[in-house]
Design a protein around this ligand. Structure first.
Ligand code: ZN
Length: 192
């Protein structure tokens, strides 16, 4: 893996706050994780992407690793190669919706479906986190669309603790995963 340039603490803070401390792909909250999330280059540096904020997204370790330098992926429905979800260009709720039980991200568009597959947004480990977080009322994230149990209409996420800013702001450059045990949702390898 190529070495990453360090992104300034100010820009990292901006990226975290802009993302409301959610991984901008799988919408897992960084607030409850032991290890900070990573700063993803949406267009990778190797493909000419910049360190500017409009090319950066907050991403959990797994999503960042799965995305790697991809910009496109196959839509499992059509088999066509389509752009991956781009958190700066696209709106999450236009491409994804939570299943009624809050455990699964469902792609609403070709880009949504392709991103669910390519980034494994419904990997087993994150489903376990969602189930546990839902039980304590902090999942799905506030404002996220959720399928109704009957039919396909939308309702809103459960709401929750919005005002815990500041706690998760111990910015680190990518990747800095050597502080301790793996947090929930981050494997030290082997999970794929
Ligand atoms: Zn993620």
């Amino acid at each position: 893996m190529a070495r990453r340039r360090r992104i300034s603490p100010e820009i990292q803070r901006l990226v975290r706050q802009r993302a409301n401390h959610l991984c901008e792909y799988c919408h897992t909250s960084e607030r409850w994780q032991y290890v900070p999330f990573t700063i993803d280059h949406i267009v990778p540096l190797s493909k000419g992407g910049s360190d500017e904020p409009d090319n950066l997204a907050l991403a959990c370790f797994h999503c960042n690793r799965r995305k790697a330098d991809k910009l496109t992926a196959l839509d499992p429905d059509s088999g066509e190669e389509v752009p991956l979800f781009n958190p700066r260009r696209d709106v999450w709720s236009e491409h994804f919706i939570w299943s009624s039980d809050g455990l699964f991200i469902i792609g609403l568009t070709a880009t949504g479906r392709a991103t669910v597959e390519a980034l494994e947004l419904n990997r087993e480990r994150v489903i376990n986190i969602r189930a546990a977080d839902r039980m304590v009322g902090r999942h799905p994230p506030p404002g996220d669309p959720v399928q109704k149990a009957k039919g396909g209409e939308r309702e809103q996420g459960c709401g929750g603790d919005e005002e815990r800013r500041g706690k998760g702001d111990s910015d680190t450059s990518f990747p800095d995963y050597h502080r301790g045990a793996a947090p929930r949702g981050v494997s030290n390898g082997g999970e794929g």
